[in-house]
Each structure stands twice: as structure tokens, then as C-alpha cells.
Design a protein around this ligand. Structure first.
Ligand code: FES
Length: 72
């Protein structure tokens, strides 16, 4: 399944970035490119980060992760 349509990044690649230590959306973007354009996939990426987290306040849900898409 493709998570980020803009960059053509699959779920497999996002999960690999998270497994390799990416714990915020920006870190996932740096690692694999997902989330680096319109922002439409940011919530999905944040949810994927939180799936593997056992912390009550998952850092993947911080305000910097869930940004409004920009269509300017
Ligand atoms: S769908 Fe991921 S940045 Fe647009």
C-alpha cells in the first residue's frame, strides 16, 4: 500500500524508517521522503509511529506532525 502519494512511498518503507528509529513525522520524511510535499499523509504517518509506541503521549502525535495540508 502506498502511504504517501506525492512521493510514492510505500507502507513498507515508512515502517522501515520507523523501525530504524524515526519517531516523528519529520524524521520519517528525512528517512524515506514520505510526507515531504502536500501533507495529506501526515496523520497516517503519525498513526503508524504511534502503533509501535508504548508511551502514553506518543511523540508522533505532536503538533508538528499533524500539519494542515498546503495547497498554495
Ligand atoms: S501524500 Fe504524502 S506528502 Fe502528499
Amino acid at each position: 500500500m502506498v502511504v504517501c502519494l506525492c512521493q510514492g512511498v510505500s507502507e513498507k518503507h515508512v515502517r522501515r524508517a520507523i523501525a530504524d528509529g524515526a519517531s516523528t513525522r519529520r524524521e520519517v520524511t528525512r528517512a524515506c521522503g514520505a510526507g515531504g510535499a502536500c501533507g495529506g499523509c501526515h496523520l497516517t504517518i503519525a498513526e503508524m509511529i504511534c502503533e509501535g509506541s508504548d508511551q502514553p503521549s506518543c511523540p508522533g502525535r505532536s503538533a508538528e506532525v499533524v500539519e494542515a495540508p498546503s495547497f498554495a
